[in-house]
Design a protein around this ligand. Structure first.
Ligand code: BG6
Length: 530
């Protein structure tokens, strides 16, 4: 029987509300779907969400749509208003125009959508002007009307203006008003260990760690969040979660498209900084860490740091680097290679594919390769964790058994399945590969799966830092990758060319074999019919 949750009549988002309190808040909001759209904030603390860089790509494609979905679903505190700030002079209706195609407004939601935009304001100003930020603050104060408000600042800004903006925000917008202030930032968090440490230092001089929310949006994905429950909520997995039973772990990210005109930006970073050092490494931490003493965000993050500390720095021999070329038989973008993107510098050797083998020097994982693989312009869109078990000892089946795998499919189509051997059903005494399958699309048909950003922005309102990166995690992550990145930049090793739409360089598959990850090619997971 389901346990009944008693919802107190007034639950408010407070600084450092626990996840349970946030849940109560969510449920309460779902039960009372009316929003106060007036400017008088009586009875509860108002919240002001400020998007800096409001006219840019990230804001328009991700932040505004996320705010709208949270608002539409009554998940935000009842008195929340939204401010956009950017250099471009524009009105709220122009901003609305720019965002509209990403907002996915469904029939019947039009009225609510109007309400949402009525809660929006826009202030134009320079990023280095104290005066302009003072004006922004005055605007915010007007809305707060002496009641005070909690303020959230989302920095959807290029790294070049990051430092000056944070200084002026701290000085002009976080002083006199009553309420808490939180700041949300996106990668890149520096380019290497030194630049990242400088940035962390800069931020820690301005804000307390519990005010800083470093987004790695993979931490907002359903199956990444599920790793904790799968591992620590199931007795069946824990006794085998170690070097005795596990042969290797493969964490992959594949995208079926190239840089799509974003090559100029991408070229300064490359796939290791873009995906591997953050998204894949975060997943590795959740797979490999020890059980935390509690689910308190800092207990979890401390365990993640510990596992990172056990990983030696990567060397060039531990990686395979690739770059895609066009497929003359392909269509549209597929005909073009990375170097054909006009925004990519001629002759660039920046990798668009990388595979690295990490070692974790701990009692649990010694000798188990953790393979991180990511690439653009590959054959499919997929992100998954594949835990491959060792061969069955004392074989009695003439070598016919294939290894078990526990697969956690992050996207597309969330699923957890165990690849296993079974007797071929019927009269036969043969055996075959099959799976125990938990495919979310068929098991949880009516559940709406929120977007990663929806969960993460809501967490910021709730004050839960569980799914955000702490500064010591970040510095350990950079320690592991910086020597390799510097070596690549200095020696410019030629990446292996692979065709747009292929599995990537065959050297990647060979590296997997050499590291005890066996790919038989005999089995393909088939999505169950709904
Ligand atoms: C971003 C990278 O962090 O993640 C992009 O900068 C990548 O290059 C994206 O495409 C992938 O995110 P998702 O959620 O679509 O898998």
């Amino acid at each position: 029987m389901r346990r009944q949750v008693v919802v107190p009549r007034r639950v408010r988002v407070r600084e450092s509300s626990s996840p349970e309190e946030c849940l109560l808040l969510l449920r309460k909001s779902l039960r009372s779907p009316t929003m106060d759209t007036g400017s008088k904030f009586e009875g509860s603390v108002p919240h002001i969400f400020v998007t800096l860089g409001a006219s840019g790509d990230l804001a328009r494609k991700k932040i505004y749509p996320t705010l709208w979905w949270l608002y539409r679903d009554n998940l935000l505190p009842s008195m929340t208003v939204f401010y956009g700030y950017a250099r471009t002079k524009c009105t709220v209706s122009e901003l609305r125009e720019k965002c509209h195609q990403y907002m996915k407004v469904k029939p019947g939601e039009e009225e609510k959508y109007e309400e949402f935009w009525k809660l929006n304001h826009y202030v134009a100003g320079a990023y280095n002007s104290r005066r302009d930020f003072e004006l922004l603050n005055q605007e915010l104060m007007k809305v707060e009307k002496n009641v005070g408000a909690n303020r959230l600042f989302y920095l959807a800004l290029p790294p070049s203006v990051f430092e000056e903006v944070t200084v002026v925000i701290r000085e002009t917008c976080m002083g006199e008003h009553r309420g808490w202030n939180r700041i949300i930032i996106e990668k890149p968090f520096g380019r290497d260990a030194d630049s990242s440490a400088r940035l962390s230092n800069h931020l820690s001089n301005l804000f307390k760690e519990d005010q800083i929310y470093r987004i790695d949006h993979y931490l907002g994905k359903e199956m990444v969040q599920n790793l904790m429950t799968l591992r620590f909520g199931n007795r069946i997995f824990s006794p085998t979660w170690n070097r005795e039973c596990i042969a290797s772990v493969l964490i992959s990210f594949k995208e079926p498209f190239g840089t799509q005109g974003r090559g100029g930006y991408f070229d300064q970073f490359g796939i290791i900084r873009d995906v591997m050092q953050n998204h894949l490494l975060q997943i590795l931490c959740l797979v490999a860490m020890e059980k935390p003493p509690s689910i308190h965000p800092d207990d979890i993050r401390s365990e993640k740091v510990k596992v990172l500390k056990c990983i030696p720095e990567l060397e060039l021999e531990d990686v395979v680097l690739g770059q895609y070329i066009g497929d003359e038989k392909g269509e549209g973008e597929a005909k073009l290679g990375y170097l054909d993107d006009p925004t990519v510098p001629n002759g660039s050797t920046t990798p668009t594919y990388a595979l690295s083998v990490l070692k974790i020097n701990s009692e649990r994982w010694d000798g188990v390769p953790f393979i991180l693989r990511c690439g653009k312009a590959l054959n499919e869109r997929k992100a998954e964790v594949r835990i491959q078990y060792r061969d069955v000892p004392g074989d009695i089946f003439n070598g016919k058994t294939k290894r078990n795998e526990l697969v956690i499919r992050v996207q597309p189509g969330e699923a957890v399945y165990v690849k296993m051997m079974t007797k071929t059903p019927g009269m036969s005494f043969e055996m075959e590969e099959t799976e125990l399958d938990l495919t979310y699309g068929s098991r949880y048909r009516d559940v709406k799966m929120p977007d990663a950003y929806e969960r993460l922005l809501l967490d910021v309102f709730c004050g839960s830092q569980m799914h955000f990166v702490r500064s010591d995690e970040l510095s350990e992550a950079w320690r592991i990758f910086t020597p390799l990145l510097h070596k690549i930049e200095k020696d410019k090793p030629k990446p292996i060319l692979y065709k747009y739409g292929s599995r990537g360089p065959k050297e990647g598959d060979e590296m997997c074999w050499r590291n005890n990850f066996l790919y038989y090619g005999s089995y393909k997971w088939v999505e169950p019919k709904m």
